[in-house]
Design a protein around this ligand. Structure first.
Ligand SMILES: *[C@@H]1O[C@H](CO)[C@@H](O)[C@H](O)[C@H]1NC(C)=O
Ligand SMILES: *[C@@H]1O[C@H](CO)[C@@H](O)[C@H](O)[C@H]1NC(C)=O
Ligand SMILES: *[C@@H]1O[C@H](CO)[C@@H](O)[C@H](O)[C@H]1NC(C)=O
Ligand SMILES: *[C@@H]1O[C@H](CO)[C@@H](O)[C@H](O)[C@H]1NC(C)=O
Ligand SMILES: *[C@@H]1O[C@H](CO)[C@@H](O)[C@H](O)[C@H]1NC(C)=O
Length: 311
């Protein structure tokens, strides 16, 4: 009887202790998660560059500079990493979103696939831009069209990358948006808002009322910042062998906290951590990387390190 009581008491005590431990750790974890997700919204982030593979670097540089009006900022050779690259864009590295064009050694093909959409280029005159692009080797796949106050056209380079020229009455960021296709737009919009701290600027439904296009980005003024456009596509194939569009670099004040937040969101919404926070010694840059639920890759780069220009 006594023994049973003792046993009963100790097992109650034990389970109480056990319970409070569970409660404490889950509360602790919860607070930590909420703090780090709040921090993401205060972090200083911006789109730094998109990395795309090209089949012929010289040819791409010619099309992007003479054809599209970008500047060649840097050209580099990395025999040890197996590629050479060029940085192009409409302004300096420390203020502008850029494209990093990479030509891999010994690979003369790129396969873009169907899930990468396009890059947007703002212009004062779509007709002129289209002629300049055409004269420098790009193919016009959608002649200029006026819809309300906006005039747009689509061109394609020799690798098949699509660019949308956009002319609007109000100014736009020169290289924007980056358009990618995703399977589940609600899920993706949630992921980009929580893990990446982006703001949902605009959502568009089709006539059936389905959410089909999300415009996300940093900052408060859509005309002053690069935008990410996510388009819903039901039949998206994640493993089609695409190797063209590679990844997006985004800046952060703290790669450790960024990875911590990403892990929390990945557990909830999907995606993968692809690179634990690391200081890459050869360039002295801290970074971490993860992919979204559709496999689109993001490399998060320390703000101060990026400004040194070694990446
Ligand atoms: C064009 O403007 C009209 C009237 O303001 C609007 O109803 C329509 O949705 C606009 N079209 C597009 C494609 O934005
Ligand atoms: C778009 O569709 C969602 C449901 O799919 C609905 O909640 C929302 O109100 C719609 N928005 C517009 C502008 O039609
Ligand atoms: C956004 O920036 C543009 C360009 O500087 C400016 O013309 C526009 O008024 C701004 N919009 C808002 C809502 O602040
Ligand atoms: C996927 O859907 C798009 C339209 O949403 C269509 O243009 C494309 O051909 C489809 N691809 C496949 C492989 O069915
Ligand atoms: C990030 O984590 C690494 C390894 O744990 C540590 O050495 C470094 O000091 C941390 N950096 C920051 C900014 O917390």
């Amino acid at each position: 009887m006594k023994m049973a009581n003792n046993l009963g008491l100790s097992s109650i005590l034990f389970s109480l202790l056990f319970f409070s431990l569970i409660i404490e750790t889950s509360l602790g974890a919860r607070n930590l998660n909420e703090n780090v997700l709040d921090w993401v919204k205060m972090d200083h982030r911006r789109f730094l560059r998109a990395v795309i593979h090209v089949s012929n670097l010289d040819h791409s540089i010619k099309v992007y500079t003479r054809g599209f009006g970008m500047k060649l900022l840097k050209r580099r050779n990395f025999p040890d990493r197996g590629y050479k690259d060029a940085l192009v864009g409409f302004g300096p590295q420390n203020t502008h979103f850029l494209l990093e064009l990479r030509q891999r050694d010994g690979l003369s093909n790129v396969f873009i696939g169907t899930e990468f959409g396009h890059f947007g280029i703002a212009t004062q005159n779509v007709y002129k831009s289209v002629e300049q692009a055409r004269a420098n080797g790009a193919v016009v796949i959608h002649e200029p069209e006026k819809v309300n106050q906006t005039i747009f056209a689509f061109v394609q380079d020799h690798d098949g990358y699509k660019f949308k020229f956009i002319q609007t009455p109000s100014p736009l960021d020169p290289l924007s948006p980056i358009m990618l296709r995703v399977q589940n737009l609600d899920l993706s919009a949630n992921f980009y808002s929580k893990a990446l701290g982006m703001k949902l600027f605009k959502r568009q439904n089709n006539s059936k009322g389905e959410f089909i296009l999300a415009t996300l980005g940093y900052g408060t003024n859509q005309s002053k910042t690069t935008m990410l456009e996510l388009e819903k596509r039901n039949n998206i194939s994640r493993n089609d062998g695409r190797d063209g569009y590679s990844m997006l670099y985004i800046s952060t004040d703290n790669v450790n906290k960024t990875a911590e937040a990403a892990k929390v969101v990945i557990k909830e919404l999907g995606g993968n951590l692809i690179m634990e926070p690391v200081l890459v010694p050869t360039i002295n840059v801290k970074m971490t990387g993860f992919s979204d639920p559709d496999g689109w890759r993001m490399i998060m780069v320390d703000n101060k390190d990026y400004r040194r220009g070694t990446l």
